[in-house]
Design a protein around this ligand. Structure first.
Ligand code: HEC
Ligand code: HEC
Length: 351
């Protein structure tokens, strides 16, 4: 699923995906296909800012290596990580649904209904705050929270770690990558390393931006004009299509006790009902839409945003209605469809 954003494309040669790691386990050697890294992390340009909004943040205590990402990909696809053995991280972030799950709100381990919709994870390594309200400050912290919390329901992570260490090939892999057995600390590190390789940037739109005039239709080109004129770019900005800021667009605000979103993190009145601007990459695949999954189709979502959101006391003042004709809406949808990401959801072999 490794993808490169436009600027990264022009950079250093990539680690080849053909290498394999071999770990000898009880049932014979375990061989994992190495995950390809987005760019050479040792190169100064490797993770240079994609635009003024984003550089990939890699904590000093969790260097990104192909081996760590490979181990992380296995864990990410392994249902043994969840409290009831029913869910893997991938269960709710699947390729065919634009790295979401197709549900209005997610249903976690032990069939627990969660309060929000699964977001896409394209280019998540370039974000600096995680979740719809940005409450997690690193991917490592986010991965730990998703693992221990309602999503994966592993309320006793140490028990999961013990089970992993009882699998000889996993134990050998952890020792090779971290110089120690699996732990409550290094499992989230491996998951975060893998997520930093979920880099998008091979869409028709990217090819067009790189100079291939035939990559997108005339309707999509007109739609991109509408996207700019309607000021969608104020928030869905740059190659990430997000400013990583938090805005109230009015979704869910009519409820008796609305989800206050970012307010819970900052305590700032103006953050009431504000949520992180989602990327629009793979948007045509990731229905239903918004933090509560309340809007079923992309056309409805686009018309809602064109109308300037839903009035409420905390509506972001940047939202202004834009009078679009039906033809312009169709063009806008054609543009958004050029953001479909090729995605490889094949599961890795597990030890
Ligand atoms: C039951 C479905 C489900 C499972 C399983 C699940 N997630 Fe998620 N994921 C969600 C939902 C829902 C959210 C948004 C929650 C919120 O914002 O409060 C989310 C948010 C995220 C985010 C933040 C995205 C952003 O834009 O900030 C990341 C990263 C993520 N999940 C990774 C993982 C990892 C890693 C695992 C496995 C340890 C996992 N998820 C398991 C449903 C799931
Ligand atoms: C002021 C910032 C801002 C502007 C301007 C803006 N958006 Fe958004 N957009 C957001 C935020 C924030 C959300 C998520 C809100 C939520 O879920 O409560 C969102 C959600 C969306 C979604 C749903 C994404 C998903 O994954 O569920 C679509 C589609 C979308 N916007 C398209 C547009 C279009 C088209 C325009 C221009 C007409 C536009 N937006 C203008 C901030 C903005």
């Amino acid at each position: 699923m490794t993808r490169r954003l436009p600027i990264v494309l022009s950079l250093v040669a990539l680690a080849a995906a053909v290498l394999v790691v071999a770990c000898v386990g009880a049932g014979g050697p375990f061989r994992a296909e190495l995950v390809e890294l987005p760019a050479d992390p040792s190169s100064p340009e490797g993770y240079a800012p994609l635009d003024r909004y984003a550089a990939m943040v890699i904590p000093a205590d969790n260097p990104l290596t192909a081996e760590a990402a490979t181990l992380g990909k296995q864990l990410y696809h392994d249902t043994r990580l969840s409290g009831d053995g029913s869910r893997s991280c991938y269960s709710c972030h699947v390729c065919e649904k634009g790295l979401t799950d197709g549900l209005p709100v997610a249903i976690g381990a032990f069939n627990k209904t969660l309060t929000r919709s699964s977001p896409t994870l394209w280019n998540i390594g370039f974000h600096s705050e995680f979740y719809w309200d940005g409450r997690a400050k690193s991917l490592e912290a986010q991965a730990f929270a998703a693992w221990k919390g309602g999503n994966m329901g592993a309320s006793d992570p140490q028990a999961v770690v013990d089970a992993l260490n009882a699998i000889p090939a996993y134990l050998a892999q952890f020792e090779a990558v971290y110089g120690e057995a699996a732990s409550v600390d290094n499992v989230p590190k491996a998951l975060a390393s893998y997520m930093r390789t979920i880099v998008g940037g091979e869409t028709a739109w990217d090819r067009w931006q790189a100079g291939d005039a035939s990559a997108v239709s005339e309707a999509a080109k007109r739609g991109y004009q509408v996207f700019q004129e309607a000021r969608c770019v104020l928030c869905h900005v740059g190659v990430l299509f997000t400013d990583q800021q938090f805005h109230n667009v009015g979704i869910g605000m009519a409820a008796d006790s609305p989800d206050v979103g970012r307010f819970k993190v900052t305590g700032l009145e103006q953050h009431t009902g504000a949520f992180k601007t989602p990327t629009l990459r793979d948007i045509s695949q990731s229905a239903p839409y918004f933090h509560d999954g309340s809007v079923a189709t992309l056309e409805e979502a686009v018309r809602f945003m064109l109308a300037g959101g839903a009035p409420n006391p905390h509506l972001d003042p940047a939202l202004k209605p834009y009078e679009a004709t039906d033809a312009q809406v169709a063009d806008l949808l054609a543009f958004l469809e050029t953001l479909d990401e090729p995605c490889d959801g094949s599961a890795p072999r597990l030890p």
